[in-house]
Design a protein around this ligand. Structure first.
Ligand SMILES: Nc1ncnc2c1ncn2[C@@H]1O[C@H](COP(=O)(O)OP(=O)(O)OP(=O)(O)O)[C@@H](O)[C@H]1O
Ligand SMILES: [Mg+2]
Length: 473
């Protein structure tokens, strides 16, 4: 606006000067030098005054306009510097309506747009980071020279330390399989799939290292510890079952062949051999029954038929059903205490639990001469205990004793007809009831097998002092 005014004033001033020069020229030619001198005297004074006046107005005005222009340019430079430094909130004050102010408005709009795009990008990036952090898999992006570009929270957890971007992956991860896979993806630009077991103690990961189009690679680690353990357990199970079946089968086959090959076996030999064959056949029957029972309790469809049962009744039923075996063996079966509280139990399944624990005590702790069975009321459950005074169990076996086929002394256990599945079945049944099972023992000091059953959810089942029940023989 002011610039335009200044230009107009300057134009008028120059026009006046031009007109004055034309008039002087005309007077010199038309009215002679003398008359012209007079006229010029008058005109010259006026022109001088008007020129001076115009100069007085034009000079400060031009100085002001130039100062103002410079200040606006400085503001523009300062604005560009702030934007370049990432301050996208920076804006210029728009002054007037000249060309420069149009540039200022356009720059403000650009900055606004930039800020908007940047905010959208930032929120997209944050969303992606949240998604990657909530993944089950560890993810790490690697630059083309093997440095960490980015990693998610799971990856940090696996490595056990923070993967600092820019540092080589080798500084944080030492598993040779993983590093070889990453190298393969970077150098040959092809997907590499492998296994890493040295990243975290006891854990196995499947590694997928894929080359990125933009250079570098993306590595994804999937925890397959559970799958590996299940596969190993399945392999061991098949090997154990085959072994357990092969032993009696080989024996049966051997004795049958001997009997067939002997044209005239004595009746005593025949009887003895048939006895061995029967024992091995029974062992196989027992094994298949145990395997079927285990398959049933391990199945995801296995459901116990829970009903409120008095703890005292559960205990006395168990003692009644196995009591005869104790009488024959000469081992004393003592029952000390049992609360009258109602527990949630499947009586048939409980029969299996008590049966196995009492038979074990009879099989492996006969030397202790007596076995004590008891139950006590806890805050929300009843704890049952089968205690023997036999040889006990060494501490290194206590953790593993509930595993399938785990036997402390395989030869002795096999001799006594044990398959090593009983405690595994017990564990599954108790857990299906919502209870816990454990063993306490010291070598030479007998063993105590404990398990709990939750109390029945009835109001008229207040905690009562434990009642003494008469000892059962
Ligand atoms: N009361 C006990 N005292 C000492 N050792 C025991 C006792 N109970 C169990 N064990 C040991 O724990 C092992 C596992 O017991 P478990 O009941 O699972 O198998 P098992 O008795 O050998 O065979 P199954 O019960 O299938 O016939 C036994 O082989 C035995 O070595
Ligand atoms: Mg057993």
């Amino acid at each position: 606006m002011t610039q335009r005014l200044f230009t107009k004033l300057l134009g008028v001033f120059l026009l006046l000067l031009a007109v004055q020069m034309l008039v002087v020229e005309f007077l010199i030619h038309r009215i002679g030098e003398r008359a012209a001198g007079e006229v010029l005297g008058v005109l010259g004074r006026d022109a001088l005054w008007s020129a001076l006046l115009a100069l007085l107005v034009a000079l400060p005005l031009s100085a002001w306009v130039s100062r103002r222009g410079k200040a606006r340019l400085r503001r523009l430079v300062e604005f560009s510097r702030r934007i370049a430094d990432g301050d996208l909130a920076a804006r210029i004050d728009i002054q007037g309506g000249d060309e420069l102010s149009k540039v200022e408005a356009a720059l403000n709009k650009t900055a606004e747009r930039l800020a908007q795009d940047f905010a959208e990008l930032e929120s997209g990036r944050a969303e992606l980071a949240v998604m990657l952090d909530s993944m089950q898999e560890g993810v790490v992006a690697i630059t083309s020279n093997g440095a960490v570009r980015w990693s998610n929270a799971v990856m940090q957890g696996i490595a056990g330390l923070q993967l600092i971007p820019g540092r080589p992956l080798l500084h944080f991860v030492r598993d040779p399989n993983l590093l070889a896979c990453v190298r393969g993806a970077l150098e040959r630009s092809e997907l590499c799939v492998g296994r890493a077991s040295l990243l975290a103690p006891g854990r196995v990961f499947e590694v997928n290292a894929a080359p990125l189009l933009s250079g570098g690679a993306l590595v994804v680690l999937h925890d397959v510890t559970g799958i590996e353990a299940a596969q190993k357990s399945r392999r061991e199970f098949v090997a154990n079952v085959s072994h357990e079946l092969r032993t009696p089968l080989t024996s049966i086959q051997g004795y049958v062949e001997t009997l067939i090959e002997d044209p005239n076996p004595s009746p005593e030999t025949t009887l003895e051999f048939l006895g061995v064959i029967l024992k091995n056949a029974s062992r196989m029957t027992r094994l298949t029954e145990d395997l079927l029972a285990l398959a049933s309790v391990e199945s995801p469809d296995y459901k116990v038929k829970l009903q409120p049962v008095r703890a005292r009744v559960l205990l006395s039923d168990a003692i009644d059903s196995i009591g005869g075996k104790f009488v024959d063996s000469g081992v004393e079966l003592q029952s000390t205490s049992a609360p009258d509280s109602l527990v949630m139990a499947d009586p048939d399944a409980m029969h299996q639990v008590f049966g196995n624990l009492l038979e074990n005590a009879l099989k492996y702790a006969k030397s202790g001469k007596r076995i004590r069975v008891s139950a006590r009321l806890l805050a929300s459950e009843v704890e049952f205990t089968i205690q023997d005074f036999g040889p006990g169990i060494a501490s290194e076996h206590l953790e593993r004793i509930f595993e399938r086929f785990y036997r402390i002394d395989k030869a002795r256990s096999r001799e006594s007809g044990g398959t090593g599945l009983g405690l595994a079945i017990v564990k599954h049944i108790v857990q299906a009831h919502g209870g816990r099972v454990w063993v306490e023992s010291e070598l030479g000091n007998g063993a105590s097998f404990h398990f709990t059953l939750p109390l029945a959810p009835v109001l008229e089942n207040p905690p009562q002092p434990a009642q003494q029940t008469p000892a059962a023989a």
